[in-house]
Design a protein around this ligand. Structure first.
Ligand code: KE4
Length: 438
């Protein structure tokens, strides 16, 4: 597709004069893949149209929330009806009680829940509550996992494996990450060593039960159970960060899909159906630490916002329809897309490893047979990924602009759209093969 991008280019130019990098979240700037990002004017179903009139098949879905595609009629009507009643009160509403009960009914670990406005707030608050509940300070997280941008989570591994962390970016003082230990994902022995050395000081472990922020990396057999065992033995709180996986991999999230129940869960994305909504919840004895009942403070002007909650409730209703049929559909379409991508790469002679869990997919440009942690992921050829991404975009498929992200398929991606992905991928892998031949 020979696409004109003039308006997007001019908008990007002017955006960069007044917004850092021209974007309100770094990954959108396309710096990991090169080129300029399309500026989106509208979305409908599986499609997005940019300011130059180019139409793309959306394989990001707003980075996960839009599991039912853009402008779904049922969500739109619910939001329009609520709009007429006003959209923010700063006071309790029946909607929030309905949403809290829906979450408690859906998510195995959640007996009590607090609504917030983003995934970052959800994980930040869950960790503060875990620290307040245990009276401990230590946090364990994993390389390649991203949990939002709270200071104490922007940590990288210290000098040794079982040592506390160092700031991962400027502006985070060493003290903020001094209690954060970063371990290799899927490494049970490193986990056990860390708890042997520091078990009594660890307040919580936070994990993406299926990693998406290094690309799609499933838990190794026994890894989630090992997390559950060491936290049970030490009294640390096990937090599943299901901002990405929650309500996507199953109605009860990855914890339902993999049969491991954490003590707390952070949620977002699908929960709000594309509106700003997050939540954290868990065992009632832990959640009773939260103000105004308990001593751990957390608050938010727009927490439980009626418009966001309305969009979320309409989305959860769609999740439950026809006995949760969407999850079987997304598993099938996810497997189908993964296969057409493998077949296209093989035909072009480009070595890739495609990893998929439900509707989360990543094409890793590596000869490794599998990607099990961040060290594996960093071996990928990011130049090849960038070439492939640009060619996919030119062929009308909007894929996440980073090797270290997961694509998110939606319920409105059907056989015709899968065929488009197959065709675009074939052309894109040929471009990579040709470039590699030079
Ligand atoms: P938000 O604060 O962006 O709503 O959520 C942070 C967050 C927490 N936990 C997990 C597992 C997440 O994936 C995220 C955010 N995900 C990224 C995509 N990798 C959002 C996209 C972006 O940062 O622009």
């Amino acid at each position: 597709m020979d696409i004109s991008r003039d308006r997007s280019f001019k908008l990007f130019e002017s955006a960069q004069a007044v917004i850092p990098g021209g974007v309100n979240s770094p990954v959108r700037a396309f710096r990991a893949v090169g080129g300029n990002p399309p500026f989106i004017a509208s979305g409908c179903g599986p499609w997005m149209t940019d300011e130059d009139g180019n139409r793309f098949l959306d394989c990001i879905g707003s980075w996960g929330p839009l599991m039912f595609g853009h402008a779904h009629p049922a969500v739109m009507k619910a939001v329009q009806d609520q709009l007429a009643r006003g959209w923010s009160y700063g006071a309790p509403t029946a909607l929030e009680v309905e949403m809290a009960n829906a979450i408690v009914d859906a998510v195995p670990s959640v007996e009590m829940v607090r609504l917030v406005s983003s995934g970052t707030e959800a994980t930040m608050a869950a960790i503060r509550v875990a620290r307040g509940y245990t009276g401990r300070s230590g946090i364990v997280k994993f390389e390649g996992n991203y949990h939002g941008h709270a200071d104490f989570l922007l940590a990288k591994a210290g000098s040794g494996v079982a040592t506390f962390g160092l700031p991962e970016c400027a502006g985070v003082p060493p003290a903020a990450t001094a209690d954060t230990m970063t371990l290799p994902f899927n490494d049970i022995s490193a986990l056990q060593a860390a708890f042997t050395a520091h078990g009594n000081s660890i307040a919580c472990v936070i994990v993406e039960p299926v990693a998406g922020n290094m690309g799609c990396v499933p838990p190794a057999p026994g890894f989630l159970q090992a997390l559950r065992d060491v936290t049970n033995a030490s009294g640390a709180v096990l937090i599943f960060d299901e901002v990405m996986t929650g309500f996507r991999l199953a109605y009860g999230g990855a914890q339902q899909r993999f049969g491991i129940t954490p003590d707390m869960t952070a949620m977002g994305k699908v929960l709000g159906g594309g509106m700003p909504l997050g939540a954290y919840g868990g065992r009632i004895d832990i959640m009773r630490c939260v103000a105004p009942v308990g001593p751990v403070y957390q608050a938010g002007t727009l927490s439980g916002n009626p418009l966001a909650v309305t969009a979320g409730l309409a989305t959860l209703e769609l999740c439950r329809q026809n006995n949760y049929a969407v999850y079987r559909q997304l598993d099938e379409v996810g497997a189908r897309v993964a296969n057409v991508l493998r077949e296209a790469a093989h035909r072009s002679g480009v070595p890739v490893t495609v990893q998929q869990v439900g509707s989360m997919i990543t094409v890793f440009f590596t000869r490794e047979p599998s990607v099990n942690n961040y060290t594996d992921a960093r071996k990928c050829n990011t130049d090849q990924f960038g070439t492939w991404h640009a060619a996919m975009l030119s062929a009308g498929v909007y894929w996440p602009p980073s090797q270290f992200e997961a694509a998110f398929l939606s319920s409105v991606i059907t056989e015709n759209e899968v065929d488009l992905i197959a065709s675009a991928a074939g052309k894109a892998f040929d471009v990579v093969a040709t470039a590699g031949a030079k």
